[in-house]
Design a protein around this ligand. Sequence first.
Ligand SMILES: [Zn+2]
Ligand SMILES: [Zn+2]
Length: 138
Amino acid sequence: MGWAVGYDDRLSRDVGYGVPAKCDHPGCDAEIDRGLAHICGGDPYGGEHGCGLHFCGSHLFMSGRRSEHPGRPQLCEACYHEREPFPQKPDVPEWLEHKLSAPSWEEWRTEHPAEVAAARLAVSGPVRFTVFSVQGHE
Ligand SMILES: [Zn+2]
Ligand SMILES: [Zn+2]
């Protein structure tokens, strides 16, 4: 079970197994999707214990043996060691291109002109990374 594409309000990004992405581990370029198979915490949005970022198989750690946290199935390195979460990576260009062109995203494009402009810039501009800050709700 799961959903192809959803939205994580806390991280302000698209999630779901229909969303291609890179592993959120710093320096890792593994191509994954943002489905539950790759999520830190094992539950939507990370559940109670995970940060909700997405990682490849090399960067998720099984935590079931830790008796103080039974049932925590998979965690990233930061959460496993109870450190500050890793910064999230920006969406990959192929996903932004999908959002900019797919009929199913027509409504999103109409309702979020600023995000559309940002996506266009990210896809067409020179390759550089923007540091995204985690935004709180206001
Ligand atoms: Zn984590
Ligand atoms: Zn990785």
